[in-house]
Design a protein around this ligand. Structure first.
Ligand SMILES: [Zn+2]
Length: 260
């Protein structure tokens, strides 16, 4: 969002190329093109994992990248890229490509964003998520702590990499029942969530296979990961081998000695 903002705010849509209609939620390619062309992007923001374009005439375009989605800015429009699903064309000759190998990414056009993002929990880096709100969200829950961190209705925006890293930083085993966490552990986890997300943003994202920013540059946070996808490598704190489990359907990495 930070990359896209300076390039997209103020632009007017001039055309839409659709290579896979399933990326568009609830509209035909023709209907979306008709709605977008001539509309201007007034603002760009983010809520949870959604990128939100505020458009002229009271519409909003929301984008969710899901597992493999990527957005690329280019000027002029590039040759057709591999796995490209949509290309938005703008009045200055630039374009925004939605590339998505696994096809789980979606764009939504709506006049009421609350229909899509209204039930999301607070932002982990926002002022709404105080230590008290965080503690309230998890302390009476009987579920495992890691799936709770990934539950977007509880806290919005934490993904698999950052959940594993936060639990390691806080010294908490991913399979702990949430209600067994002590106040000290909850407080450590609150700090850890903020720290790992802030570090990820500062490092421009985590590039383990393909992720890159809107200009095609990889992130550098992979060099700062303590446990994620480091199975059998040495724990940076105690040297024991990092272990892997599947928790709530997601690959989960942790140190059995440091995380209790
Ligand atoms: Zn360890």
């Amino acid at each position: 969002m930070r990359d896209l903002h300076p390039c997209l705010v103020g632009r007017t849509f001039t055309d839409l190329s659709v290579y896979w209609a399933g990326t568009i939620y609830g509209l035909t390619p023709e209907a979306l093109a008709m709605q977008l062309v001539g509309r201007r992007i007034l603002d760009l923001s983010r809520r949870g994992k959604y990128i939100i374009m505020t458009l002229s005439e009271g519409q909003y375009l929301l984008l969710h990248l899901r597992m493999s989605g990527q957005l690329f800015l280019a000027k002029p429009a590039p040759e057709r890229q591999r796995h490209v699903r949509l290309v938005f064309h703008f009045d200055d000759g630039s374009c925004l490509s939605f590339v998505d190998q696994r096809k789980f990414g979606r764009v939504y056009l709506t006049c009421d964003p609350a229909e899509i993002i209204g039930k999301l929990g607070p932002e982990p880096l926002g002022e709404d998520l105080t230590p008290e709100v965080f503690a309230d969200a998890i302390r009476r829950r009987k579920g495992l702590i890691k799936p709770l961190l990934l539950n977007q209705f509880l806290i919005a925006g934490i993904g698999n990499i950052y959940a594993d890293e936060a639990l390691f930083a806080a010294g908490i085993h991913p399979c702990r029942r949430a209600h067994t966490l002590t106040p000290e552990e909850i407080s450590r986890l609150y700090q850890a969530v903020r720290e790992v997300l802030e570090q990820g943003i500062a490092n421009h994202g985590t590039t383990l296979n393909k992720f890159s920013d809107a200009h095609g540059r990889p992130g550098s946070n992979q060099g700062s990961l303590a446990v994620f996808q480091r199975t059998d490598k040495a724990c940076p704190r105690c040297g024991a081998p990092i272990e892997r489990l599947v928790v709530g359907g997601r690959g989960t990495h942790y140190c059995a000695r440091c995380q209790r």
